[in-house]
Write a protein that binds this ligand. Structure first.
Ligand code: FAD
Ligand code: ZN
Length: 470
């Protein structure tokens, strides 16, 4: 029997895709890479996943795990050797259990994030992980990339939202680590090894997620400011005023909102960004109000009024309905989509100490402007987490020199970030696109430790080869 026939014997004829049917799974979200695969395999459950992985281990067939394929670093795209299978987790999409007393839910890896949020909400609980791709990304992909998003300030990254995991190991064995515990000091945290491992150590098949109380209300405002310096000052005040109730502090440059307005003219916006706007950047600020707390509406309005009186704001719009809140968030979440159709984008997902951000942006944008005059900066992100999506937009052209231009721009940004003690990947991971940067900037000791762990768990190197490690 051929490999494809053997895989069909495990998961069923219809769930091993080849040829045309496999094509949609072979290109990354940003359309920067297209690979080839032996087949796309869609197991229905953990046992089938284990049998597929065992078959691959026995036959040294590489495995590329894939969730919603919304990753920004081509981590779920196979190379062009056609040797690997893409293991798509979409059929493992059951919510297995919700325990409202323990504030946990057990979900399978292929659940769409939005469905996980909705199931928690239906049980009167909040699963706070929240990102622009939430209608398409899977919880397994979120955990494999340790996704961040817009609520990290208050609730942490994906890592902080998971208590236990079920993982199929590279030899096909199942590790049942579905613990519902907040305290467990019985040796190494194996769970943490798999969170953020980007499919290089095993296939996550299910997880125990940590839930939170649903806020009674959320207060949202869009603030216009003259600089990132003012934005960091407002952030400091907001954190002191609201503590952990401050759930989002997102920044968007004027250029980003102008691009959104140009790309999606149907979106309603209370502000007019663009050449005539005096603001340089905008902040989307959100505060949650929980049962037992005082009514925060007035406090929130007062906070904005004080910032205005102190000359930190140029304008402020406080949402007065859920529809208006959604409109403000839609503007923020449309930036990635607008950039996808706006030319060639050299993306950076950097983190820095928050205090270093204004100086970094000033100096780095001056450097980029003098070295690469054709480039346009599109900066947005999670200022409250010290995480910027620092994007450099180039005119769309098939210029063969573009690749070396991209490398030079990335060097200019990443050297500067690392020089200030920052990270070259805050939340999106390394995937297949940032491996050489990882090699360049991570310390030799850290790289050796990571390689030792990889070798110990996956001695044949079949899990997502070419990702994370060169
Ligand atoms: P995929 O893209 O399918 O895979 C990502 C990586 O995880 C790959 O290496 C893959 O091999 C591995 N993987 C997937 N599933 C498994 C599994 N079950 N077991 C083991 N490995 C697996 N990211 C953020 O962190 N914050 C944001 O704010 C954010 N905003 C975004 C906005 C938009 C509009 C888009 C398109 C993307 C955004 N992203 C963001 C990036 C992306 O959505 C996240 O990285 C997401 O967590 C990826 O989930 P996925 O299911 O699409 O994973
Ligand atoms: Zn982000």
């Amino acid at each position: 029997m051929s490999a494809v026939e053997q895989l069909r014997a495990i998961v069923g004829q219809r769930h091993v895709l080849v040829g045309e049917e496999a094509a949609p799974y072979l290109t990354d979200w940003r359309r920067t890479r297209t690979g080839r695969a032996l087949a796309v395999v869609r197991p229905a459950n953990t046992a089938e996943t284990a049998a597929v992985v065992k078959f691959c281990a026995d036959n040294v067939v590489p495995i590329v795990p894939q969730g919603g394929n919304t990753g920004q670093v081509a981590g779920a795209t196979p190379d062009d050797s056609a040797r690997a299978i893409v293991l798509h987790t979409g059929r493992m999409n059951r919510i297995r259990d919700i325990d409202v007393v323990n504030d946990t839910m057990v979900v399978e890896a292929g659940c769409v994030l939005q469905e996980v949020q909705a199931a928690a909400r239906a049980a009167g609980r909040l699963f706070p992980l929240s990102l622009g791709a939430e209608g398409s990304c899977f919880i397994g992909g979120n955990l494999a990339t340790n996704a961040g998003g817009t609520q990290v300030l208050s609730y942490g990254n994906a890592r902080e939202l998971v208590l236990g995991l079920e993982v199929v190991l590279p030899n096909g064995e199942i590790w049942d680590g579905l613990r519902h515990l907040r305290k467990d000091n019985t040796g190494f945290s194996l769970r943490d090894l798999f969170v953020g491992s980007e499919g290089t150590l095993g296939v996550i098949t299910a997880a125990v997620l940590r839930l939170h109380p649903l806020p009674r209300a959320e207060h949202t405002a869009l603030l216009a400011l003259d600089s990132i310096d003012s934005a960091t000052q407002v952030f400091e005040r907001a954190r002191s005023r609201f503590h952990s109730a401050l759930t989002a502090f997102e920044i968007m440059s004027d250029a980003c909102l102008a691009l959104v307005a140009e790309t999606f003219p149907q979106l309603r916006s209370p502000i007019k960004p663009g050449p005539e706007a005096s603001a340089r950047c905008y902040v989307l600020l959100e505060v949650a109000e929980h049962d037992g707390a005082d009514d925060m509406g007035d406090v929130f309005a007062e906070f904005c009024a004080h910032a205005w009186d102190d000359g930190l704001l140029q304008d402020a719009v406080i949402a007065t309905s859920t529809a208006q809140q959604t409109e403000l968030w839609t503007l923020r979440e449309s930036i990635t989509l607008a950039l996808a159709s706006a030319g060639y984008c050299v993306k950076h997902d950097i983190s820095l100490p928050i205090s270093a951000i204004p100086g970094f942006v000033r100096q780095n944008s001056d450097q980029l402007a003098s070295k690469f005059p054709e480039a346009r900066l599109m900066v947005f992100g999670h200022l409250g987490d010290g995480n910027l999506h620092y994007n450099v937009l180039l005119p769309d052209s098939a210029d063969p020199a573009r690749e070396s231009l991209e490398t030079s721009i990335q060097r200019c940004v990443h050297d500067h970030v690392v020089g200030l003690g920052g990270s070259i990947s805050a939340e999106q991971g390394i995937g297949g696109k940032r491996t050489s940067d990882l090699e360049k900037y991570k310390s030799p000791v850290e790289l050796r430790l990571m390689r030792d762990i990889k070798r110990a768990l996956d001695p044949m190197g079949i899990m997502n080869p070419g990702k994370l490690f060169t």
